[in-house]
Design a protein around this ligand. Structure first.
Ligand SMILES: Cc1cc2nc3c(=O)[nH]c(=O)nc-3n(C[C@H](O)[C@H](O)[C@H](O)COP(=O)(O)OP(=O)(O)OC[C@H]3O[C@@H](n4cnc5c(N)ncnc54)[C@H](O)[C@@H]3O)c2cc1C
Length: 421
């Protein structure tokens, strides 16, 4: 398959916008179902990345090349890959337009455009990331390779890690790199000369109480200071100072913290093109029914993944389950039947807590644990580190992007002898 790049109007039964985790999975399934020539994926990038690996890249345990595959190898062979960006949506006219001016019409549309990173929403951050090797971020392919060299060149002082006041992808990744840093400093004799602090906009260390209680103990046991309700608003690179707004404080109190290493999790939001479209709710995300994934207004549009307003933690694990639900429900709509499946909000976050331990958090819409394995998962385990670092990447490349992996429900039921949800 080669990509289509010339300006030309085209028409398809199904158009998928975005060739990331959700887009690839859905496009693969529907390319098999509808056959050659009926499915198009609009995706600008030459490369597809398995982003969950970037935590381990930042910690020096993998390299960024291991997270990458050419887009042409990941997208299904019998779809058309339109290598371009969508710039406007016209849901009434059932078409999108792309940056090069092509109009792409569809009978059905799937929107899977992920999140944009809003580095510019923090004053001075764009400049600090570009100019200071000790200001790093695992969340972008452009910056993730800076993190481990910064850990290596750190000698002493304060290392701080931030969590913003917006929804983000993989809420756990903001603190995973902190535990890997602690581990690396200990192994390299730097921990006695360093302070490690977490500054989070949230009022708790993790959104699910069951896992949060364990993570609080892990942080305390490693002498990591956690500062709640602190939102990073400015970085002054010349003075190496980070300025935080104290959330809920009277009179807009701020706190200035000197740093020697700063890992930033930037604010995130739906891509601007979605925000400017008629597809959103008031929060700017694609407005879908959280159980069926069908758009609340346009019945021929579905959406999944990070760009939606589905109220669950934004992860590839959630996308896998959503993909299964979407495949079923969109096929039902195409066939004109009402055989709908309902998404339960399943999401998962493998919280890496050292270079060989991980706590596998899995939960649903109600933040209730929905664990796959028949043992207590709120515990650091080497087996879960193996799952994170080897099994999940294998599943991703070989099953999920090909549209075959719909989450662990089958195995969960099997391992709980049918007694789990
Ligand atoms: C550091 C880090 C660690 C993570 N760890 C984990 C983890 O341990 N477990 C886990 O399950 N998840 C993890 N995630 C989250 C996971 O990677 C995402 O939730 C998942 O990739 C979301 O899939 P998506 O399809 O919604 O978006 P993406 O995979 O981001 O894909 C969106 C696609 O849309 C394309 N696009 C954007 N704009 C346009 C446009 N205008 N026109 C056409 N195409 C467009 C983009 O190029 C991109 O290819 C992590 C993420 C990061 C960054």
């Amino acid at each position: 398959m080669s990509s289509l790049q010339e300006k030309k109007d085209r028409s398809y039964k199904l158009v998928v916008v975005g060739g990331g985790s959700g887009g690839c999975s859905v496009a693969s399934s529907f390319s098999r179902y509808l056959g050659k020539g009926h499915v198009a994926v609009i995706e600008p990038n030459q490369e597809h990345y398995y982003q969950p690996l970037w935590t381990l890249v930042g910690g020096g345990l993998k390299n960024v090349e291991q997270s990458k595959q050419p887009m042409v190898n990941v997208l299904p062979q019998n779809c058309d890959w339109i290598q371009d960006k969508v710039v406007t949506f016209d849901p009434e006219g059932c078409s999108v337009t792309t940056r090069n001016g092509s109009k792409i019409s569809y009978e059905y549309l799937v929107v899977a455009m992920g999140l944009q990173l809003d580095f510019d929403k923090v004053t001075g951050l764009v400049d600090a990331i570009q100019s200071d090797p000790m200001v790093v971020c695992n969340y972008s392919v452009k910056t993730v390779s800076k993190t481990f060299p910064a850990l290596q060149s750190f000698k002493r002082g304060k290392a701080i890690f931030t969590y913003p006041n917006t929804p983000i992808k993989c809420a756990g990744a903001a603190q995973k790199i902190m535990y890997l840093t602690d581990d690396f400093f200990r192994k390299n004799g730097k921990r006695d000369q360093s302070d490690i602090e977490y500054f989070t906009s949230l009022g708790m260390i993790f959104g699910v109480k069951y896992y949060a209680e364990k993570l609080e103990k892990i942080a305390a046991g490693r002498n990591i200071n956690v500062n709640y309700l602190h939102n990073l608003i400015e970085v002054q690179a010349d003075k190496r100072e980070a300025i935080f707004a104290k959330i809920n404080s009277e009179g807009g109190e701020t706190v200035t913290v000197k740093y020697d290493l700063l890992h930033v999790t930037p604010p995130m939001s739906a891509p601007n093109v979605i925000k400017a479209s008629p597809l959103t709710d008031t929060s700017g995300y694609v407005n879908v029914n959280k159980q069926t994934l069908q758009h609340v207004k346009y019945s021929n549009i579905f959406s999944l993944g990070d760009c939606t307003n589905i109220p669950t933690s934004k992860t590839a694990a959630a996308v896998a389950c959503q993909s299964g639900i979407l495949q079923n429900n969109l096929k039902a709509v195409m066939k004109g039947n009402s055989n709908q499946k309902m998404y339960d909000g399943y999401t998962s976050c493998p919280i890496v807590t050292s270079s060989n331990k991980c706590l596998l958090a899995e939960f649903d819409f109600d933040n209730q644990p929905l664990e796959t394995f028949p043992f207590k998962q709120a515990k650091e385990r080497s087996s879960m580190f193996f799952v994170k670092s080897y099994l999940l990447p294998f599943i991703y490349w070989n099953l999920m992007t090909k549209g075959y992996w719909r989450g662990p429900k089958f195995f969960r039921k099997l391992m709980h002898l049918g007694l789990s949800k």
